[in-house]
Ligand binder design. Structure first.
Ligand code: HEM
Length: 459
């Protein structure tokens, strides 16, 4: 194995405790802006050092490509955030090596374009039903929590697509359990946890999980177990996804625990991210009145009779540009993490074995070197592109490389159905005047409850 002469390598800029103390208030009040400020100060590749814990932060597309694609084998996700690993066990998100290859092969058919398109009517019907019952305003002064409503809708859709077409899932306990987990799995809590772990190794003290997080994990575990037992043992109609898992189980390729972990992975990855994508796209549209009018015109042109079909989705153009620009400014998965399996050198910088590396779509997408006027919402950035997510490393809402989100196409598909159904009929006004303040929880989430005024659109 190659060894490196560290003295001959470039010194990586380091943000120490002092920078954190200086930015403490900002990290406390607006953590994502705290990371943004650090990035602006320390550049494209730097290290944060806190009480013996190190985190490398990368904001350079070439280095990101190296980590996510060219040498991805050396940079594993597995145990970068322990709580996620605990939630998802050895499901696709946390799996590595042969297990990851096997599970990716097993589950991929559920995410092929044709299979995704076959879900069109389920997504459409579920959305139309939910919107008419829960979003349709009874009068002109209705205020709702749109973020929560969209989460409930996307979870209902996920349950139909991935568990059973007949399943009417009780959404709120799952949403609450995930909130508890996500809030404890943010990056600052993770750093605190690592520091506590380092201390506990020196002193014989035990670090216990917070009670509500332990209960949330137990609840999701129990639910996933119940689902697998019910659908594997009975003849109830299974989704295509569940059938893939069941076939692999029958062929002795996976055990029941693997199936349970895949269901928990789905709860973790498969609906809240889409809900955040929809919520912040609706927010962006509300804040850009000119764009809202253009979009309404596009939607009226594509669906003059108010009916959406799978073929008509290809006729949207501004809609996809708007979604992509919103995923740039408000990437639902605002950061992701890797651990270096072996020491390495990236462009002359030394990376020690076990280095913890953070890649943040939020800060990458706001880097002035790669994005002109990055804080401006400007859909023309994507005007010459196809209606799909481009392969580039300065735009990574779904990550890139072999471990790219398996759900990226489905997410874009679902967003491109739900958003026009809402915009076509309603005006969604966000009551917040100031720009949103995001917490550093796993999925981007505004600090203040966002309430929305819903009115019927006047044509
Ligand atoms: C707007 C919606 C979504 C966003 C922004 C998103 C984002 C991401 C990102 C950034 C990653 C990579 C994380 C990393 O490298 O550590 C990822 C991985 C993953 N996502 Fe998504 N995702 C979305 C929707 C979905 C959906 C709908 C599903 C499933 C139904 C899904 C399932 C997964 C899985 C299983 C992985 C791990 C894939 C692997 O390692 O092979 N995601 N997602």
């Amino acid at each position: 194995m190659a060894t490196f002469d560290k003295d001959k390598l470039k010194k990586i800029p380091t943000a120490g405790l002092f920078s954190f103390i200086k930015l403490y208030r900002l990290f406390h009040t607006n953590p994502l802006e705290g990371f943004q400020r650090l990035t602006e100060k320390y550049g494209e590749f730097f290290k944060v050092e806190l009480l013996g814990q190190e985190m490398f932060i990368v904001n350079n597309p070439e280095y990101i490509q190296y980590i996510l694609k060219d040498n991805y084998v050396n940079y594993q996700r597995a145990h970068s955030l322990e709580l996620f690993a605990e939630l998802m066990g050895k499901g696709l998100f946390s799996a590595e090596h042969e297990l990851w290859v096997k599970m990716k092969k097993t589950l991929s058919p559920a995410f092929h374009q044709k299979q995704i398109e076959s879900n069109f009517s389920t997504i459409l019907e579920e959305s139309l039903d939910y919107i008419s019952k829960n979003i349709e305003p009874s009068n002109d002064d209705v205020i709702i929590n749109m973020e929560l409503e969209i989460k409930r809708l996307t979870l209902k859709i996920s349950a139909k697509l991935f568990l059973s077409p007949q399943l009417e899932i009780n959404t709120d306990p799952i949403i609450d359990a995930l909130n508890d987990i996500f809030e404890s799995a943010d990056v600052p809590s993770h750093i605190r946890h690592k520091v506590k772990m380092a201390v506990s190794r020196r002193l014989p003290i035990s670090i216990r999980k917070k009670k509500h997080v332990a209960e949330a994990l137990e609840y999701l575990n129990g639910l996933a177990q119940q689902i697998v037992e019910e659908f594997f043992n009975e003849r109830s109609e299974k989704s295509f996804f569940l059938q893939l898992l069941f076939d692999a189980y029958k062929a002795n390729e996976i055990d029941v625990d693997q199936a349970i972990d895949e269901i928990k992975t789905l709860f973790f990855a498969g609906f809240e991210t889409i809900a955040a994508g929809i919520t912040w796209t609706l927010y962006s549209i509300d804040k850009e009145p000119g764009l809202r009018k253009q979009l309404e015109a596009e939607i009226d042109r594509v669906m003059p009779d108010g009916i959406l079909t799978v073929e008509k989705l290809n006729e949207f153009k501004l809609l996809y540009q708007t979604i992509k620009e919103s995923l740039r400014l408000y990437p639902p998965a605002w950061s992701f993490h890797r651990i270096a399996m072996n020491e390495d050198v990236i462009d002359g910088y030394y990376i020690p074995k076990n280095a913890w590396i953070m890649i943040s779509p939020y800060t990458m997408h706001r880097n002035e070197k790669y994005w002109k006027n990055p804080k401006k919402f400007d859909i023309t950035r994507f005007e010459n592109e196809e209606n799909s997510i481009p392969v580039r490393y300065d735009y990574i809402p779904f990550s890139q490389g072999p471990r790219i989100s398996i759900g990226s196409r489905l997410a874009l598909f679902e967003m491109s159905i739900i958003i026009p159904l809402i915009i076509q009929k309603y005006r969604v006004q966000f009551r917040t005047k100031k720009p949103p303040v995001f917490l550093s929880t796993a999925v981007i989430h505004s600090k203040n409850l966002i309430l929305n005024h819903i009115t019927r659109r006047k044509k």
